[in-house]
Design a protein around this ligand. Structure first.
Ligand code: NOJ
Length: 574
C-alpha cells in the first residue's frame, strides 16, 4: 500500500522559559525550568553517539570528535537537544573506551581536549548539550591507579581495587564469573593475589568501599562539569559493590555462550550501597544543574523505581532498558508503558544502543522492518518521558554482525563465537551518503565494515525522500517540541483490550488540546473506536496532526477509524 505522508503543523506554542539558552560554560542554571517546573532534560531529545563510528574527520578509519562537530547541523536539524558520547577518554580500547586509563583527557584517536572544547562550544551555539559516559565501576588495567595498585601489596593504591587471596592453590576467591566470560578473578603472580573484574580482566573493578576512590571519582565529574558538560551517563551502575564476605553466587541450570555456569548474581550486582553513591553523585551534579542518566538494566518496574531514589535524590534519568526486550505487540507495550508511566519518576525510553541488536531488527519481522521502525518511532516519541535515540536509528540502520570469527573486533565475539558474535553488528559506521564508506571516512578501510545496504539506506537519500524514516523522525520530533501536551500531558491507555492497535490519550496542558495516538502493530488494516472519556478526557471530534496514512488526513470522528497496516495516527481532540 502506498503510504502518503501528511504533516499538519500544530500552532506553535512557545512556552515561557522553555527554551533556555545555555550559559557560556554550558551549564544549566537553577532557573532552567519551564513555567510548569520541568527541567531541560525532561523536554530534550537525546542522541547517543558511538564516536568510533559516527564521522571520521582525519580519515584514519575511526570516527573522532571533529567528525561529531562537523555533524552538529545535521543533529540540530533532526531536533536533537543533547548528545551522549560513549567514552572518548584515553584508553587501550580493549572494550572500545569502556576501559579508561585517564578520566580527564581525550584519547588521541578521537582528538584533543581542544577539540572537545571546540565541539562543546559549537554545540552550545546550537543549544545542544553534551553528556559524557562515566565508567564508574572499573578503570583500565593501564590506569596509573591500577598500575600502582598492582605494583605491591603495600602500594598507595592497593586498596583502590579488589585484591584477595585465593581459596586454595590455584583457586580464585569464589565462583563469581565475568560478564564477558570465565572467572571474574585474575591471578597476579607478582603479589600472589587475585583481583576482581566484572568485565574483561583489563577492566579491574574499583573498590567503592574506599572513600579515596569515591572522592577521586566525584572529582572527575566536577572536572568535566567545569568544562561545560551537562551530565553523565553512568556505566554499569548495578555492578559497583560486591559482598564483602565474597559469598558464592548460586548457580542456575545451564551454561551461557562462554560455557560458564549461569549464576544468580545476588552477591555482586545490585547491592544497596550503590544508592549511597548515586545520591552523592547527584548532589555534585545538582550544583551544576547537570543530569545523571543510568545504565539501569532492571528486571521490573519496582527495581527501576529505586534508581530515582526514595526522595527523587538519585538518578533523574534511569533508562528503561526493559523496553528493549519487549516483543513488538500492542498488548505487551500497553502493559509495560502504563507500568513505567506510573512508576513515580520521569520515564526515559530507549529502543537501541551500542550493546544490543539494533531496534530495526529486534522489533522487525524481516518483512516489514521499515514500517515497524516508523511505528516504534511514533511510539517512543509520543510518550510522556525523555527519548534517547541511537545513531543511525533514524535512518533504519540494521545490525550487520560479522560472518566469520576472524572479522570480529569485539572481544566477547571472539570468546563466545559462534553463540555470541559480539557487538560489532550494532556499531557499524554511520551511513551518510552513497559515496565510498558511506561518507563516514575516506580511509581505505574503516575500523568496522560499512553495512552493505548503505547505497540505498543513508542520510542523503532519506533527506530527499519525504516518506523516509528520517523525515518521519524529524516530523515527530518537531511536533513534540511544539506541543506541550505531547511533552507533559498525562497519559492514559485507550481501547485496552485491543490486541492489534495501541492507543492512548495525552491530557491537554498549558491550555492546549488533548491528543490521541493510535498505532497499528499489524500488517492488516484495523478499525478502532476511541473513547477518551474512559480516561477522564473530554472531546468528541478530532483533527489530524500527523499521520503516515493519507486516508487519515481528514479524520474527524473518533468512531470507526481505519488504520492501514502499520499506520500511525496522531490527532488533536476538540
Ligand atoms: C556497559 C557498556 O554499555 C558496554 O559497552 C561495556 O562493555 C560495559 N558496560 C563495560 O563497561
Amino acid at each position: 500500500m502506498k503510504m502518503k505522508r501528511m504533516f499538519v503543523w500544530v500552532a506553535a506554542v512557545v512556552m515561557c522559559g522553555c527554551m533556555v539558552e545555555l550559559s557560556a560554560s554550558g551549564q544549566t542554571s537553577a532557573h532552567a525550568v519551564d513555567a510548569e517546573g520541568h527541567q531541560w532534560w525532561q523536554h530534550a531529545v537525546f542522541y547517543e553517539i558511538y564516536p568510533r563510528s559516527f564521522a571520521d574527520s582525519n580519515n584514519d578509519g575511526v570516527g573522532d570528535l571533529k567528525g561529531i562537530t562537523s555533524k552538529l547541523d545535521y543533529l540540530k536539524d533532526l531536533g536533537v537537544d543533547a548528545i551522549w558520547i560513549t567514552p572518548c577518554f584515553p584508553s587501550p580500547q580493549v572494550d572500545f573506551g569502556y576501559d579508561v586509563s585517564d578520566y580527564e583527557n581525550i584519547d588521541p584517536m578521537y582528538g584533543t581536549l581542544a577539540d572537545f572544547d571546540e565541539l562543546a562550544s559549537d554545540a552550545r551555539k546550537r543549544n545542544i548539550r553534551i553528556i559524557l559516559d562515566f565508567v564508574v565501576n572499573h578503570s583500565s588495567d593501564q590506569h596509573p591507579w591500577f598500575l600502582d595498585s598492582k605494583s605491591s601489596r603495600t602500594s598507595a593504591h592497593r586498596d583502590w581495587y579488589m585484591w584477595h587471596d585465593g581459596k586454595g592453590s590455584g583457586q580464585p576467591p569464589n565462583n563469581w564469573t565475568s560478564e564477558f566470560g570465565g572467572s571474574a578473578w585474575k591471578f597476579d603472580a607478582a603479589t600472589n593475589q587475585y583481583y576482581y573484574h566484572f568485565f574483561y580482566a583489563e577492566q579491574p573493578d574499583l573498590n567503592w568501599h574506599n572513600p579515596a576512590v569515591k572522592n577521586a571519582m566525584f572529582d572527575v565529574t566536577r572536572w568535566w562539569y567545569d568544562r561545560g558538560v551537562s551530565g553523565f551517563r553512568l556505566d554499569a551502575v548495578d555492578t559497583l559493590f560486591e559482598d564483602p564476605k565474597l559469598r558464592d553466587n548460586p548457580d542456575q541450570p545451564g551454561t551461557n555462550a562462554y560455557g560458564d555456569p549461569i549464576q544468580n548474581r545476588i552477591y555482586n550486582t545490585k547491592l544497596p550501597e550503590v544508592h549511597d553513591v548515586l545520591r552523592g553523585l547527584r548532589q555534585v551534579a545538582d550544583k551544576s544543574g547537570a543530569v545523571l542518566i543510568g545504565e539501569t538494566w532492571t528486571k521490573d518496574v519496582s527495581e527501576l523505581r529505586q534508581y530515582y531514589g526514595d526522595h527523587s535524590d538519585e538518578l533523574q534519568m534511569p533508562m528503561d532498558l526493559m523496553f528493549t526486550k519487549l516483543n513488538f505487540s500492542a498488548p505487551v507495550f500497553r502493559e509495560h508503558m502504563a507500568a513505567v508511566d506510573g512508576a513515580g519518576g520521569w520515564p526515559v525510553y530507549v529502543i537501541s544502543n551500542h550493546d544490543i541488536v539494533r531496534s530495526s531488527d529486534r522489533y522487525g519481522d524481516g518483512e516489514h522492518n521499515d514500517q515497524i521502525a516508523k511505528v516504534m518511532a511514533a511510539l517512543y516519541l509520543t510518550l510522556r518521558g525523555t527519548p534517547i535515540m541511537y545513531y543511525g536509528e533514524e535512518i533504519g540502520m540494521k545490525t550487520t554482525p560479522p560472518t566469520r570469527k576472524e572479522e570480529v573486533k569485539d572481544p566477547i565475539g571472539q570468546t563466545g563465537w559462534p553463540k555470541e558474535k559480539g557487538r560489532d553488528g550494532e556499531r557499524t559506521p554511520m551511513q551518510w551518503d552513497d559515496s565510498n564508506n558511506a561518507g563516514f571516512s575516506t580511509a581505505s578501510t574503516t575500523w568496522l565494515p560499512v553495512a552493505a545496504d548503505y547505497t540505498a539506506k543513508n542520510v542523503k537519500a532519506e533527506e530527499g525522500d519525504p516518506n523516509s524514516l528520517l523525515n518521519w523522525h524529524k516530523q515527530l520530533i518537531a511536533m513534540r517540541k511544539n506541543n506541550p501536551t505531547l511533552r507533559d500531558g498525562k497519559m492514559e491507555m485507550l481501547d485496552r483490550n485491543n490486541p492489534s492497535v495501541l492507543s492512548y490519550v495525552r491530557a491537554g496542558v498549558a491550555g492546549q488540546p488533548a491528543m490521541v495516538v493510535a498505532l497499528n502493530f499489524t500488517a492488516e488494516p484495523q478499525t478502532i473506536t476511541l473513547d477518551p472519556r474512559t480516561a477522564g478526557v473530554s472531546g468528541d471530534t478530532v483533527h489530524t496532526l500527523l499521520t503516515n496514512a493519507s486516508s487519515l488526513d481528514h479524520q474527524s470522528s473518533l468512531a470507526d477509524i481505519t488504520l492501514p497496516p502499520y499506520a500511525s495516527w496522531i490527532g488533536s481532540l476538540k
